[in-house]
Design a protein around this ligand. Sequence first.
Ligand code: PA5
Length: 449
Amino acid sequence: MTTLKVHYHKALDFVSETEIKAYQNSINAANQALATKTGKGNDFLGWLDLPSKTEDSLLAQLEQTAKKIRETVEVFVVIGIGGSYLGAKAVIDSLSHHFAASLDKGKRKAPLIVYAGNNICADYLADLFDLLQGREYAVAVISKSGTTTEPALAFRLFKQDLEKKHGKAGAKERIIAVTDPKSGALRQLAATEGYTTFSIPPDVGGRFSVLTAVGLLPIAVAGFDIRALLNGAKAMETIGNGNADLATNPISRYVAVRNALYKKGKKIEILAAYHPRLQYIGEWWKQLYGESEGKDGKGVFPASVNFSCDLHSMGQLIQDGERNIFETVLAVAQTKQTVVVPNDPDNLDKLNFLTGKTIQEVNKQAEKGTLIAHVEGGVPNIAIEIETINEYNLGQLIYFFEKACAVSGYQIDVNPFDQPGVEAYKTNMFALLGKAGFEKLAAEIQAKL
Ligand code: PA5
């Protein structure tokens, strides 16, 4: 059963129902192309039926490995970049105590999850090793290609640190590799060193891989229910891959509305969340849409904001800036916990009218007030609502956005599953760093600098 709801507050005042309905045929065609694997990028459609096809034996293996890690280490380092870490971080942050990092070890029910290999910052790495000093830790190195510079570079440091502290055999006990089942440098290294490994299905690309071991292993280590996550995704898989009718399929309708808005000059979609724990859902979503749709000179620019905080910064631009944006709110009906506004006899802040209300009520009214203000300011609004933040609902949300992304990419006739544009910086960087074979390019770049 899906509980996710999509509301279109006045988005329809900016595009007509006729303009939306005009997408029905091409959405049908996109669904057909995905189902029959005949569209662009059809080698990368393994994510489509992951929720229903994931084998129980894999889940049991992931849970067992996670249990062992949970029982033996204080910190778990997830090394990966892009799709190899954003989904895990998005789900873990959404479900975790917000201040998990500051809680005493005894108060935390799971290892502290930290991330590496998603930047090339010396201070970040040095701080991380500082944190790990004197603490028992394990590492998951996650890279589908096995050759991505950032995670490979970070892993080199962690491997050496673990080997120095525990010897080769001890390090091996603390390292798990998640990579392609056969190819790539990481697969080769894992085989040579005898690491525990999990495979990323070859037909699942990085940004669509959160429901594989890429996301499931760290999520399980963090203590969350990966079966409930997959069950939520499975419920959305059933709906999403059923009848594509715009009137009944929430994915089809979201795709039609955002593309109709894009065609009318709304080139930027801002994902707005009102709960700080959801910040990385925004980061994951930006990668999913940005890397999938942004090519061939096309694509909605995905941005994200964290309200109400960003209402005091980006809120100005959204309300009054160039009218090239639409807003998609990630709404949550209920928070897990209730905090009530107390009475203050002095009432110097003049907030006693809120006495007895819950903080969530106040947040909800901020959300509604903002929605009306933004719509009236010329920003169409779509709201995607989940009941509460839990594994099942996050699973629904993940599949909703993945399927919508693929169908949406086909609306603008791009291949949503490749990323040719990310190579440009890499070749320049290799040339500048003196990698063999890049000498000519290095000379060309030097002349431009
Ligand atoms: O979506 C993608 O394919 C990319 O963002 C990758 O996830 C990212 O580049 C990391 O790649 P890899 O897992 O091969 O290290």
